[in-house]
Design a protein around this ligand. Structure first.
Ligand code: COA
Length: 592
């Protein structure tokens, strides 16, 4: 089938659908919805059987949906309509939410329903629910829609009267239609009333607006948007204040703020726009600056327990001979200090009496490499980029040189750029079904480091390594396993994934040939080192990175600026664009 993805951006959900359809051997193209004429031209040239819109904020031009079947994925339960679906679901503390696949029509979100599915809500931010539950359900509904489309087409060809599937018109009188049209949530409705709102309400309000637009508030006399809310636990010794909104402490850039019945951590702030000056999301204490100089830093030990109920980016747990190291950095981005903190934790985990060390990544991403916002906020952006890349390289070097344990990268969530390459430093890579990797740097104008020139060809071969890094296309878990990037895929369901992961790593640790396994690993590493030292790979990569950071004509600084300031790109990127002379998008990720 020929499927055109009509989207606002090539975001994580779109990438997942793109990969899923290509794996099923459909011919898939992507077009951004910014310019109707460009969409029309692509539709005319590509002649899709179906237009799918996994992430679309704009209206589709009437002549397009009139002539072509367009199915829109809406992040809401049946009958839900409006631009703030998940926001309302979080604020209203819905126990269940859903995703609906509906046909484009003159009224937004009111077209005939192709399929729908619900999921239990989780205490998490809107972005987290979108990246996980919504994305998983949407991927499922896309499969269903394709099947129903095929059924319908086959039936129409054989005997139109035998047609059994018909999309359902939206009918609010039906008992199972629980959704409704809800307005755009605006800042006054999002605002926190610190003198009345409980910790739970504060958390809900911030989460309902995270990652966009954030809740507008004021701290230390500065109007700021709030992001990254975590509950301060209520165990003994938990922080509590004399008055709500009092800043009680700081930790690794986050601030702990008193509520009427406890306290919340807020990890990130963004200053409100002043005239034409825009700001970016940064650690809260960076934004508040001198105003929080005297607020005490409430440090934790190097390896805090994973069960800790206070805010901690890095945590650790152990089960038998297996250590699990979690690094839950906001947006998966790892700044210089975070890399060194993680390196310290990694070294501490190495001296534990375990055989296997599993890198668990964070709640929403495994890792997305160096921290582009931190870099953008620094005085000397080239120097800051240099320090950050060396910091992540130091961390990865320690993983590559680990001699006393088998290391495992556990990709519960997506990974991009240097974060995807970081996984390659481990002896085994396991991933959750549905995970999407972006093992490339070119879209950011970077050559990349993280020892990728050593690890990637080692895993997938020189040719595939070049394809992956040049094409800039996403790589789905299944496709990654097909080319050897991954060792195994575990179920998409989080509990089943965790169970399989634990079983596999426990089996590795308990293997009666464990010593041999370790000896083989060391032998391989020593052989590789004799052939070409790790230092040589790093030096060559960093020479290229120097050109990206300081070289004339480098596109990196402009691309990074556009990325962090979200300078909207309404035109389809060249690497995705449909070209009738080059009908196949070159990639390594199709099923082999
Ligand atoms: N530094 C800072 N922020 C980052 C980041 C990074 N390396 N990678 C992702 N983010 C942020 C995004 O700005 C976005 O922030 P917001 O939601 O708070 O506004 C959030 O993480 C999610 O990213 P988004 O791009 O919306 O997710 P996606 O799933 O659509 O795409 C990637 C994932 C990895 C393809 C994309 O984020 C990306 O290209 N990141 C840059 C990776 C990179 O070049 N790293 C540097 C080289 S090592």
């Amino acid at each position: 089938m020929r499927v055109l993805l009509l989207v606002t951006a090539f975001n994580g959900l779109t990438q997942r659908v793109f990969e899923q359809l290509r794996l099923q051997s459909h011919e898939v193209r992507v077009i951004f919805a910014g310019c109707d004429d460009e969409v029309r031209d692509t539709v005319n040239l590509f002649r899709p059987d179906l237009i799918l819109c996994p992430f679309l904020k704009q209206r589709i031009a009437e002549d397009i949906w009139n002539k072509h079947l367009c199915i829109i994925i809406h992040p809401g339960i049946t009958g839900d309509r409006g631009p703030s679906s998940l926001d309302w679901a979080i604020l209203n503390r819905e126990s269940e939410w859903g995703v609906t696949a509906l046909q484009a029509d003159s009224e937004m979100d009111a077209g005939d329903i192709w399929s729908t599915g619900n999921f239990p809500m989780r205490e998490a931010s809107k972005a987290s629910l979108y990246r996980q539950e919504v994305t998983k359900m949407a991927a499922h509904l896309v499969d269903e829609a394709i099947e129903l489309f095929k059924l319908r087409t086959d039936a129409l060809q054989v005997n139109p009267l035998s047609l059994r599937f018909k999309p359902q018109a939206l009918d609010y009188s039906r008992a199972d239609v629980k959704g409704e049209l809800r307005p755009l949530l605006k800042q006054p409705q999002r605002a926190i009333d610190w003198s009345r709102d409980s910790t739970q309400t504060v958390l809900d309000k911030i989460r309902a607006a995270d990652s966009f637009p954030g809740v507008l508030d004021e701290f230390c006399g500065m109007p700021v948007y709030l992001y990254g809310a975590h509950r301060e636990g209520d165990s003994e010794g938990a922080l509590k204040g004399d008055r709500p909104k009092q800043i009680l402490g700081q930790r690794h850039g986050a601030i702990c703020v008193a509520t009427i019945d406890g306290a919340v951590w807020i990890s990130h702030l963004k200053r409100q726009k002043i005239e034409s000056q825009a700001f970016i999301k940064l650690p809260a204490t960076w934004v508040l600056g001198k105003a929080v100089d005297t607020v005490p830093e409430l440090s934790l030990k190097v390896l805090p327990d994973n069960k800790t109920d206070t805010f901690s980016e890095i945590t650790y747990s152990e089960s038998g001979s297996v250590g699990y190291l979690y690094f839950n950095f906001h947006n998966g981005a790892m700044g210089t200090e975070q890399c060194y903190r993680l390196l310290k934790a990694y070294k501490a985990a190495l001296v534990r009496d375990t055989r296997v060390l599993v890198l668990m990544g964070g709640d929403d991403f495994f890792s997305n490499g160096i921290h582009l916002n931190h870099i953008e906020a620094s005085e000397d952006k080239a120097e800051s980029s240099w320090l950050n890349i060396n910091a992540i390289d130091d961390l990865i070097k320690a993983i590559l040189e680990t001699r006393n344990k088998i290391t495992v990268a556990a990709l519960k969530n997506n990974a991009g750029a240097g974060g995807a390459m970081m996984a390659l430093a481990c002896d085994y890579i396991f991933a959750r079904d549905g995970v999407v990797l972006n093992p490339h740097y070119k879209a950011m104008g970077l050559y990349g480091s993280e020892y990728w020139t050593y690890t990637l060809p080692n895993r997938v071969g020189v040719e595939k390594a070049a394809e992956l890094t040049e094409s800039c296309l996403p790589l789905g878990a299944q496709a990654a396993a097909n080319i050897g990037f991954l060792d195994a895929i575990f179920p998409g369901d989080v509990t089943a994934y965790q169970f399989e992961l634990n079983k596999h790593v426990t089996d590795i640790a308990a293997d009666y040939q464990f010593e041999q396994l370790l000896a083989n690993k060391l032998q391989r590493r020593d052989r590789d080192e004799a052939e070409k030292p790790l230092a040589a790979y790093r030096q060559e990569e960093l020479l290229q990175m120097e050109l990206c950071f300081w070289g004339e004509g480098s596109q990196y600084h402009a691309k990074r600026y556009n990325f962090v300031y979200k300078v909207s790109c309404t035109r389809t990127p060249a690497y995705l664009k449909y070209d009738s002379n080059k009908p196949e998008i070159k990639t390594s990720s199709v099923s082999v």
